[in-house]
Design a protein around this ligand. Structure first.
Ligand code: GDP
Length: 335
């Protein structure tokens, strides 16, 4: 036995804290598992570990990356991660917010081997997506995981998500820079950009700008640039640039990272960086309150007893959603 154990197969709090601070990847992985745990008896230990590590977190560049399946996210992150490790001396952590398919319950980002080069790189840490159904559809504790990775000395955190709306808003709210990857395409594809997403991005990169797709990518770049002008000027004064890249050939990757650095300098210069971080902290707090309320609600004995029959009654049309919700909330409040 290498580390002192606490009940439940956990490490002692100090062992988590010291292991993470020492950059021990095995301990980091276990610490992430601890904060992801939904077991009530893990919550206090997770909170203690986070409290101890919080002063060591925060000093990283947090970058969100989104795009439809097949746009090349894993290829891009593999190329970018290798560039950061090899050319810029960075330590890189890769996390994913996988919204899981609402229909199949399966993971969208998938179980295939992704980021093959980066996975072998000692200066990189890739947190694999949780096994199918493992978390029962509950959002992973990505914010906490970011902090753990920062405390473990990772200076760049890449948070990947699939472009399906809700998860994008979540990732945008926990990162300093939000990148949208797009496929080369002409006018009709412009229709497909959802207005809400465009308003969130700090840059657009048109991937697969290689071979016979290069010309199309250049055309798309011009069109996206023109389209971006139709949006109101962003509050932080940063106009999102549109770039082209080839994740496969490793082209445009260094230029993209230069944009991330320029963006950071821009935000620092006008005070927006601190504002964005404080917005991240606020969003985190609100999320914790919402999760805590939901947990307390479901754990309430009268709610737990009433929930299944009321759900059936609503589904079968025997009562209204409104009446059932009011009933449940009344049970929750009456204690
Ligand atoms: P993801 O689903 O967004 O993670 O996409 P993947 O990284 O798995 O890439 C999907 C497919 O596109 C794979 O077959 C990649 O080899 C290919 N691909 C990714 N990037 C590029 C690129 O820059 N150029 C070309 N030609 N193909 C690419």
């Amino acid at each position: 036995m290498r580390s002192p154990k606490a009940p439940g197969g956990r490490l002692a709090i100090d062992a988590y804290v010291e292991g993470v601070l020492a950059g021990d990847r095995a301990v980091l992985a276990r610490a992430i598992t601890l904060v992801e745990s939904e077991r009530a008896d893990d919550a206090a230990a997770a909170a203690a570990v986070l409290d101890a590590l919080l002063p060591h977190a925060g000093r990283s560049q947090r970058v969100g990356i989104t795009g439809v399946p097949g746009v090349g996210k894993s290829t891009f992150i593999d190329a970018l991660g290798m560039h950061l490790v090899k050319e810029r001396g960075q330590r890189v952590a890769v996390l994913s917010v996988d919204p899981s398919s609402p229909l199949s319950g399966g993971s969208i980002l998938g179980d295939k081997t992704r980021m093959e080069r980066l996975a072998l790189e000692p200066a990189a840490y890739i947190r694999p997506s949780p096994a199918r159904g493992f978390l029962g559809g509950v959002a992973r504790r990505t914010r906490e995981t970011i902090l753990l990775c920062e405390a473990a000395g990772f200076g760049t955190i890449l948070v990947e998500t699939v472009g399906v709306g809700q998860s994008e808003t979540a990732v945008r709210s926990m990162t300093d820079f939000f990148l949208l990857l797009m496929l080369p395409g002409a006018g009709d594809e412009l229709q497909g950009i959802k207005r809400g997403i465009i308003e969130m991005v700090d840059a657009i990169a048109i991937n697969k700008a290689d071979g016979d797709m290069r010309a199309r990518a250049d055309r798309a770049r011009g069109e996206y640039r023109a389209a971006l002008h139709l949006f109101p000027a962003p509050a932080d004064g940063w106009v999102p640039p549109v770039l082209t890249c080839s994740a496969l050939a490793g082209e445009g990757i260094a230029e993209l990272w230069d944009v991330v650095i320029a963006h950071h300098a821009h935000l620092e210069a006008n005070g927006s960086f601190a504002r964005r971080r404080s917005q991240q902290a606020l969003a985190w707090m609100r999320e914790l309150v919402a999760t805590g309320l939901e947990t307390a609600f479901r754990a309430h004995p009268d709610v737990a007893a009433g929930l299944p029959p009321l759900e059936s009654a609503v589904a079968e049309g025997r009562t209204t959603a409104f009446a059932a919700a009011r009933d449940l909330l009344t049970r929750f409040r009456a204690s």
